[in-house]
Design a protein around this ligand. Structure first.
Ligand code: ADP
Ligand code: MG
Ligand code: MG
Length: 894
């Protein structure tokens, strides 16, 4: 027979069965209580029922394993012993009261709330009154117990009880709970019990053991309530961890003016400053401090009210911080002048604070640089990289919503997506909607920021805004939006279409008027941390940048090259589109070449700007990639225009001109343009395009080299799937380059490589590498073609897939390691088998996603290339990848 598993762990009297490292089994709270007990910190005794029991509970069809109840009686006895037998659970004279607290490995707000004062009933209350000599306190404890138990275990709405309290206060003409007398509280207890019977159709349980087992089962049951499941999904917490149950002797912060309860942090969790930070309330219990019914006092006041307790609290919490070597978030209660610690855990912090604390702790000798680098989540740097509200500005906050996407933005208010597009032509706009839908995308794209009244952190608005890197305040319930009337309201304020507002997506603030913002920089502690990250990482970080301005930003953020310059973005400029259209409309090579000749000097100066900015670092230029119709007006629009012109009897010649364009658009129409005439196919069908681009690149390079500047052009051929496609284009480029260099009388070193973005290219990578001097994985297209998902149409079913566990992650956000990653690995191996020094990078969106960056490191890529604002994120992610590979542990708590 297998030995019985230990299901219950005791803590108390200076010794615990468990330790702080047992978070999986005891949950974060239980492990913390054990660790504090072992460290000699005053903690009320108790026991933890393990997470394994939770999993058994579900295996057995919502039943605890046999023997657990007996075990609990045995451990309850241990609590009583630890209290020198002064109290007994259920005893009429000296009742022991306990709290029942949930607690899984990661703290989870979705789970059961704590039940305090358990063990009270109509008889034991008399014992508590006699023992404490404080009738008011005892009735207060009982009414709280019925309230909490009634709500979290029996499922009765909180408001039901709040309403009864409200009525009582009205009747007694008082404002605060504290002003209710013992008699009033006793009256509340009677009313609560009557209400419980009415709503739950049973009496409030009087038997302490029944109270206890019901609470325990409610904790286990709460592991799978919808709130908890949603929270786990959002935070990537596995569903099979289970929760522990902590049962702990009560201490009372509500025994009068020498008692108190409070919470705090060992450092400021918002700024990271090394200052004791917290709040407390005298004569209060449990979560009164955070409930907002009374305004708590700053912790500094405790120094005046209870100096000895304050000193002891400082001493204990500093010790805990040193012990855990990280900022602690703690809870304490003072019972009649005696301090008890009830919880300690790693404090959640903003990205700002995380960086400062990590750097400070290295200076304090608490952690080393490697640990410091691992303490900061790469993705969280996003908060530090968007423009921020000028800290010196005077602002008027009119509402607060969810901080859905960081950054600050000011603009004029618009209420529809179409209006956003129209108004954005004249100036910056903020789109305000009750909520957004996929139909609003164009408006979101045009807006500087998005504000919604409804929807959470994962609502459409929030997700899309984060994707676009735009500030967003979502779920701002404090406002009402009336798009028809063209206004929204926040309290006494009315904001009309065209009025200015400012959003602070990092805090959720909605601010009246235009507020000055400042660019964030990588300096101070942030700069220090990034320097350390650079020391550790081996993967290079380049940036995707099309114009010198973006390249400058990328350089400021530490990019080591440009991994993708999309030349078509240069074609879209207002002064160029007509020339590009002229080129497309041409029906002979000569006519096309004429148009291209006009584009040549423009492209040349673009490239010059990029080369100069990058000052000798590699600049990877991708030749024209998108289908040509993207440069022409839409077919439907043209058809309408032609029809209108005919009705209005416009001059024949101009109608003919329009019809001509329509005709060409119809010729170019493709059912599936993403798989049509695009990529290198363009340069093969229209070699003059490739020649012009190659000429522009090499001429720009030659001109700069002549001036003594350093340049490093890398010419990249897109969408190659057949080796001969590459050799075809390469021959054109080489011939052009030779010609240019001969004419200019200088030589420049350039390389020619290819994108790997088709599964076939990955399969024949050994062949392709004979011609290609570098590979760059275009993982957007590679994901589309590997899955057969169109990125523009897949949103709907990908979300369904993720909700229904068909896909774990959106493969367009995090590289699909098995499939797409498998192709990448194969292509690397095959490519390097031909050309061992083949340089390999990635330039899809994944280049800035920390989890994908880690994959790239493991696959042995030379660099990742991402948008300029993600460069620091990728640098830090690359350092994490290397440190994890080296086995440096870094515990980041969720
Ligand atoms: P959460 O997980 O929401 O933080 P907790 O289990 O920590 O919930 O409990 C909520 C509140 O109840 C805390 O303020 C805590 O200090 C208080 N509390 C829990 N157990 C006890 C106890 N045995 N004695 C006094 N207060 C307690
Ligand atoms: Mg809670
Ligand atoms: Mg707590």
């Amino acid at each position: 027979m297998a030995t019985e598993k230990k299901h219950i762990y005791f803590f108390g009297g200076g010794k615990a069965d468990g330790t702080g490292t047992m978070k999986d089994l005891l949950g974060g709270k239980g492990a913390g209580l054990a660790e504090m007990t072992n460290a000699g910190v005053p903690v009320p005794p108790g026991f933890t029922i393990t997470t394994e029991v939770c999993n058994l509970f579900y295996e057995l069809g919502r039943q605890v394993p046999g023997g657990l109840d007996n075990g609990m009686r045995e451990y309850m006895k241990k609590i009583e012993d630890a209290l020198d037998g002064k109290f007994k659970f259920g005893d009429l004279d000296r009742p022991l009261l306990v709290s029942v607290r949930s607690g899984s490995k990661f703290s989870m707000p979705g789970m059961m709330d704590t039940v305090l004062n358990l063990g009270l009933n109509d008889n034991t209350i008399q014992g508590l009154i006699r023992m404490s000599g404080n009738e008011r306190f005892a009735w207060d404890a009982y009414r709280r117990f019925i309230q909490m138990f009634g709500n979290v275990v029996m499922g009765i709405e909180k408001e039901v009880f709040e309403h009864i309290i409200h009525e009582m206060k009205k009747k007694k003409k008082v404002k605060l709970d504290l002003e209710l007398t013992a008699g009033d509280l006793k009256g509340l207890v009677d009313r609560f019990k009557a209400k419980v019977k009415q709503v739950a159709r049973r009496d409030f349980p009087q038997d302490p053991w029944e109270q206890l087992t019901m609470s325990r089962d409610a904790v286990f049951g709460s592991w799978n309530n919808p709130r908890a499941i949603t929270y786990r999904k959002l935070n990537d917490i596995p569903g099979n961890l289970g929760t522990a149950v902590n049962i702990q002797a009560m201490v009372f912060g509500n025994m009068g003016d020498t008692s108190a309860t409070g919470v705090g942090f060992t450092r400021n969790p918002s700024t990271g400053a090394k200052e004791f930070y917290g709040e407390y309330l005298t004569n209060a219990q449990g979560e009164d401090v955070v409930a907002g019914t009374r305004t708590p006092h700053p912790i500094a006041d405790l120094d005046k009210e209870m100096p000895a307790v304050y000193r002891q609290l400082r001493e204990i919490t500093s010790r805990l911080e040193r012990h855990y070597r990280d900022i602690q978030d703690f809870e304490f209660t003072v019972q009649d002048g005696t301090l008890y610690m009830l919880q300690t855990r790693t404090g959640k912090r903003t990205a700002h604070a995380a960086v400062k604390i990590a750097v400070d702790m290295v200076a304090e000798g608490l952690i080393n640089k490697e640990e410091a680098v691992l303490r900061v989540e790469p993705a969280s740097l996003d908060q530090l990289l968007h423009p921020i509200i000028d800290p010196k500005a005077k602002i008027e906050v009119i509402a607060k919503g969810l901080p859905a996407s960081p950054g600050a933005a000011s603009g004029r208010v618009v209420f529809t997506a179409d209006e956003a597009v129209r108004q954005a032509k004249k100036g910056k706009v903020i789109l305000v909607r009750p909520e957004t839908t996929p139909d609003d995308i164009h408006g979101m794209d045009a807006a500087e920021g998005i504000l919604t009244a409804r929807g959470g952190m994962t609502s459409h608005a929030a997700v899309v805004a984060r994707g676009m890197g735009k500030p967003c305040v979502a779920g701002c319930e404090a406002i009402w939006v009336d798009p028809k009337a063209g206004k929204f309201g926040a309290g006494k304020h009315r904001v009309k279409m065209g009025d200015y507002i400012t959003l602070d997506g990092g805090t959720g603030r909605v601010i009246l008027g235009k507020v000055p913002t400042v660019e964030s920089t990588v300096s101070g502690d942030f700069g220090t941390l990034m320097k350390w990250a650079d020391e550790f990482r081996t993967l290079e970080v380049w940036a995707n940048a099309d114009i010198p301005r973006d390249a400058k930003v990328a350089m400021q953020y530490g990019a080591e090259g440009i991994g993708l310059c999309r030349t078509e973005h240069m074609f879209f400029a207002a002064d160029r589109v007509p020339i590009v259209q002229q080129m497309i409309m041409s029906n002979s090579t000569e006519a096309r070449e004429k148009a291209l000749a006009k584009l040549l000097p423009m492209q040349r100066s673009d490239f010059k700007g990029l080369f100069e900015t990058m000052n000798g670092l590699p600049v990877t230029i991708r030749l024209l990639d998108p289908p040509l119709h993207e440069f022409l007006p839409k077919r439907e629009e043209l058809m309408v225009e032609v029809a209108v012109m005919k009705v209005e009897k416009a001059p024949k010649a101009s109608i003919a001109k329009k019809e001509n364009i329509l005709h060409r658009v119809e010729e170019l129409h493709e059912f599936n343009p993403m798989l049509g005439l695009r990529g290198c196919r363009l340069g093969i069908i229209y070699p003059e395009i490739t020649r012009m681009q190659a000429r522009a690149i090499i001429e720009a390079a030659c001109d700069l080299v002549k001036k003594g500047k350093k340049v490093k052009p890398e010419i990249m051929i897109p969408l190659v799937g057949i080796s001969k496609e590459l050799s075809n284009q390469k021959a054109l480029i080489d011939a052009t380059a030779q010609d240019v260099m001969k004419k200019k009388g200088v030589k420049v070193a350039y390389t020619i490589g290819t994108m790997i973005e088709l599964p076939r290219a990955a399969f024949i990578a050994d062949d392709i590498a004979k011609e290609a001097e570098f590979f760059s994985f275009g993982t957007n297209d590679l994901t589309q073609t590997a899955f057969g998902f169109s990125r523009d149409d897949a949103g709907m079913f990908i979300n369904y897939y993720m909700d229904n566990n068909i896909l774990e992650k959106d493969p367009f956000q995090t590289m699909d390691e098995k499939g797409v990653g498998g192709l990448v690995k194969m292509a690397i191996q095959k490519g390097r088998s031909t050309r061992p020094d083949l340089k390999i990078g990635i330039c899809g969106e994944h280049g800035g996603d920390p989890a994908s960056v880690e994959q790239c490191h493991r696959f042995g890529l030379n660099y990742v290339s991402c948008s300029p604002y993600r460069v620091p994120i990728a640098r830090l992610a690359a350092a994490h990848a290397k440190l994890k590979e080296k086995g440096v542990g870094g515990s980041l708590s969720k």
